[in-house]
Design a binder for this molecule. Sequence first.
Ligand code: PLP
Length: 380
Amino acid sequence: MSVDKILQDLKNDHNFRTLPHLRHEGKFVYKESKKLLNLASNDYLALSYDEELKEEFLSNLKKEYNYFSSSSSRSLSGNFGIYEELEDYLKADFKDKEILHFNSGYHLNLSCIAALSSLNKTLFLADKLIHASMIDGLRLNGADFFRYKHNDLDHLVSLIQKHYEKYENIIILSEALFSMDGDFSDLKALVELKKNYPKIKLYIDEAHSVGCFDKKGLGFAKSLGLENEIDFLVFTFGKAVASMGACMICAKKYKDFFINKARAFIYSTALPPINVAFTLFIFKNMAKFQNKRENLYHLSQFLKDKLQEKNLQILGDSYIISLILGDNKKALAIAQILEKGGIFAPAIKEPTVPKNTARIRFSLHAGLDQNDLEQILELL
Ligand SMILES: Cc1ncc(COP(=O)(O)O)c(C=O)c1O
């Protein structure tokens, strides 16, 4: 198919992506000079525009980390001390685990899953709604995998039973808090499965939960005391942590394996030291953000209750709340109504979400207040 035809088909399906011109100011964005409340970022703790926090970070930044490039991969000269400082800091809270920093969650999932798929007789069982970065990791080296219906443990168990004898390793891929449906995996039940099926390993992505759960913001698994049962735990830093990067939390032998076999780790310039220093600074301050986590929880509950009172079809058990609209055209029309009313919450369409589940995804953050949410409710 030609490029022209592909682009035309996307336009016909109301699914042609363009990049909005935006100017950011606190919790607002300006789009074509119209001021809009930003409900499309993943800045869950509202740290990205906390000017005092940024000032404090910059005024204490060590000269040796004031670099805007690491100028090399970590395997060569790019391994500034700040990488190991961050890894050691996080390791203190994860008994028997090691930490490995990556440039992004996409890099991490793509390359770690691709590396794991090269292991002998390894099968992946993936929740139907896992993020594209994990799917791409499965596809890169042609992994053996099946997808189970979203959060459907019966379906998962039936797949385990069907394939158990043929494989040496069975790796279950899921997210702690799902990015688009805003619901949680049943981590306790997944951990229980390991007792009956010892070949199982759990790979859990906490991209949307790190920062927002546990007193030190160390994620959903940690808040349940299950972190040691998860074989591969993934944090990303571009959302609630208001930075960039990601880390894999796993046993030492797997850290060594990824240093040697995760190609995005080996063949990409490591993130700038200043960026990694900011991630560490945020983690050191995480305990102080408990009031933000609580505020986020109350805001989420309020919006969810009010949307339900309006009999709208919504999904989400926390600060990611999706208003399901079905077809792309309808989702685009509602996004436009919201934008006219001062709210930036673009339509989310396939392939980001399954066909016919186009939606508005409200991504709440701790910098909002009840009036902001009332403004949304008036428009729906
Ligand atoms: C569940 C999940 N995993 C991984 C990623 C990728 O992380 P990053 O934005 O750091 O590449 C995302 C984000 O977009 C995500 O939602």
